[in-house]
Design a protein around this ligand. Sequence first.
Ligand SMILES: [Zn+2]
Length: 280
Amino acid sequence: MEITNRYIDILRCIDCNASLAQSQSPPLRRLICSQCDVMYEVKNNKIYFAKQHIKEHSWQNVGADWPALGENAGRFKPNKILGPKIKDLPNYLNISEEGRWVYIGSGNDCIKGYINVDLGDYENVDIVADICSFPFKSNQLDLIVSNSTLEHIYNFKDVVTEAFRSLKPGGYIYMSVPSICPRHHAVDYHRWTMAGLEKLFDEFKIVESGACRGYADAINVMGNWLIGDKIKNAKMKNLIHAGWNIACRPLYWGKNTSEISVALSQTIFVIAKKEGSYDK
Ligand SMILES: [Zn+2]
């Protein structure tokens, strides 16, 4: 089904909040506001709400002036995620397949079944939008997920306010954010403690929280960045990266869900439920 038909019932004009209609004058493919006549472009099966989106397809490289990691920076390093994975969340939270699931800040990581929203027009993004102002009507969504995106948004509280507005009563949000984590991008403003992350979801009911990438990743990444910065010889750098990753392996053993483990973690998450409704 055409992307515009698929989502038009839940989309809104981000300028005036009114419903949108399809343009009746082909070949121009647009969504038009029913009230203020603002037009939103539809191109390559994407709807553009952001006028100034990111065109670069490698978000990590946008303006980063960071030391180079050696080729072996990821070698022998376990890939361990604690807590539920985004692709499993609809099932985990018992959300119907007909529900509306939205992945905000999906980047290159777009996941099937979700409406993928990002400020970059990456290949599998469905909606190109600034997530400080969701293009969704109030009380429409069953699930919103976000993974390591909030730290790139200076006014991050706007995102949580918008999530509360557009979730259905009873809808869920999964939010993972960095905690003990070096700056990883030129546009990287914030870090959270678990207390700070839970406080951000004051309006919601917290149903689960914990470590996402644990302390093993926090320690491992710090070592690898130091190796990247301090060791200049490429062969030596690669050797030390690989040795460091092997040395870190025992840190990944076990469940690591104690309070101190969570407090030392690279990234942490909450799952929060909207209990009231939004009637503005
Ligand atoms: Zn409008």
